[in-house]
Design a binder for this molecule. Structure first.
Ligand code: HEC
Length: 149
């Protein structure tokens, strides 16, 4: 009986360690994708472009920060996924093009989830908690790692 308890405890520990590794690997993958695909516009540290809150000379809103000074953290997982996959433009822009390019062709679903999970590491604990709450009813579309068991 005692042995069985030990084995169970060991299994639970191994499972937890595995889950933590998976989370870290995903964020690490996201960090690389961010550096290669997003940093040119959103800044190496997610600081955004200067004067991102106003229209530029072309009549377009520049790339906003993804760190704690921006508002990326106010969007649910579902919304962030949609923005990255399908692109986005500010409705007040004077041009019609998607200033935030669509990455749905270039990135796999798991890569889009990974890069968004990386962005979460740039937020404060309170911002993360807010965003987690926002995502409760609006999760990533089709996330095998988060489907309820
Ligand atoms: C060519 C420049 C460019 C690249 C590359 C780019 N973005 Fe953007 N992104 C923008 C611009 C500009 C906006 C603002 C659109 C608007 O609201 O007018 C934006 C907006 C966003 C938003 C919405 C932020 C908010 O607070 O509403 C997210 C999320 C985002 N980008 C994520 C990414 C990710 C992830 C990548 C890399 C996979 C990426 N972007 C690559 C230009 C870019």
């Amino acid at each position: 009986m005692r042995n069985r308890a030990i084995v169970l405890a060991a299994c639970a520990f191994a499972w937890q360690a595995h889950a933590a590794d998976a989370g870290t690997a995903r964020v690490e993958a996201g960090r690389k994708i961010y550096a290669a695909q997003c940093a040119a516009c959103h800044g190496v540290r997610g600081e955004g472009q200067p004067d991102w809150n106003a229209l530029n000379a072309a009549g377009e809103r520049p790339a906003p920060p993804h760190d704690a000074s921006g508002h990326t953290w106010k969007h649910s997982d579902a919304m962030l996924y949609r923005i990255v996959a399908q692109g986005w433009r500010d409705p007040f822009n004077k041009t019609q093009r998607l200033t935030m390019p669509a990455f749905g062709q270039d990135l796999k679903p798991e890569e889009i989830r990974a890069v968004i999970d990386y962005l979460k590491t740039l937020w404060t604990p309170r911002q993360r908690a807010f965003q987690r709450e926002e995502s409760r009813g609006a999760p990533y579309p089709s996330d095998p790692e988060r489907t309820p068991r």
